[in-house]
Design a protein around this ligand. Structure first.
Ligand code: CAA
Length: 259
């Protein structure tokens, strides 16, 4: 458990971990302390089977990198800041279990980039995405010019990075920036429910599926398929495979152990 003053809260719900970026007075903007707290929280995820990332307060997921903190950076300091943000988001993306962003309001700049580092993105009706950095005279620095291209395609990413315009929840779904809009109940509850659904599947298989997708992202198809074959074979070394298939054949529910 993180200490009470930490800008990132960690909550365990059985096999699911919820990470809440919690600086609501600054709309959960990412300063160095918040990025470091997120970095430390990622070390505590342990053997969770799925992770949910959300924002504290009513208005924002994360409204971006902290503009007040960035305003006086030298180029060398800006490079260090982008390196820190990219390293933490790389670490989040590389977590072995699926990560779901529950976007409960503004996901702008670094907040949109945080959602892009997650495997799945659920949007509240008031979710707003965008890369507004050009309005501030800068460009995205935590992966926006790279992951946005991969998620929504090159031309759409160019439009969003060049105009800085906001994208509302429905459009975010239409362009593949979000999976769906949650219209009933809170987006956090919907993300937790999805995380529990993932956690009920063969845990090793879920991790290996994520591994295969991540390793194949950007790789040549033949290389990706070779990796998939190897990881498929590895499943047959697990107790979960034996349990999953014998439960199916025995017409009973599987009791996975994650081994
Ligand atoms: N950094 C620091 N503080 C921020 C912030 C940010 N990114 N976003 C909001 N805040 C602060 C505001 O300064 C304000 O603080 P005070 O109450 O002390 O004045 C508080 O949060 C509430 O914000 P607003 O009063 O502005 O709330 P609003 O509802 O009127 O507007 C908003 C909400 C449209 C999100 C607006 O706050 C906004 O445009 N924020 C900036 C969004 C942005 O440009 N993000 C990109 C940052 S650059 C970046 O992220 C670079 C990168 O890729 C690494």
């Amino acid at each position: 458990m993180m200490d009470a003053a930490s800008p990132v809260r960690l909550e365990r719900l059985e096999h699911v971990v919820v990470l809440t970026l919690d600086r609501p007075k600054a709309l959960n903007a990412l300063d160095v302390a918040t990025l470091r707290a997120l970095d430390a929280a990622l070390d505590q995820v342990g053997d969770a089977r799925a992770v949910v990332v959300t924002g504290g307060g009513e208005k924002a997921f994360v409204a971006g990198a902290d503009i007040a903190a960035m305003s006086t950076l030298t180029p060398v300091e800006a490079a260090a800041f982008a390196t820190l943000g990219q390293r933490v988001f790389d670490k989040l993306e590389a977590l072995p279990m699926p990560v779901i962003a529950a976007v409960n309001g503004f996901a702008l700049g670094g907040g949109c980039e945080l959602a892009l580092a997650c495997d799945l993105v659920l949007a509240a009706p008031n979710a707003v995405f965008g890369q507004p950095e050009v309005k501030l005279g800068v460009i995205p620095g935590f992966g926006g010019t790279q992951r946005l291209v991969r998620r929504v395609g090159s031309m759409r990413a160019r439009e969003l990075c060049f105009t800085g315009r906001n994208v509302k929840a429905e459009e975010a779904v239409a362009i593949g920036l979000a999976l769906r809009v949650v219209t009933e109940g809170s987006v956090k509850d919907a993300a937790v429910a999805m995380a529990h659904q993932i956690a009920a599947q063969g845990p090793v298989a879920v991790r290996l599926a994520k591994r295969a997708i991540l390793d194949g992202d950007g790789a040549d198809l033949r290389v990706g398929l070779a990796g998939e074959r190897t990881l498929f074979a590895l499943c047959f070394a697990t107790a979960d495979q034996k349990e999953g298939m014998s439960a199916f054949l025995g017409k009973r529910a599987p009791a996975f152990t994650g081994s």
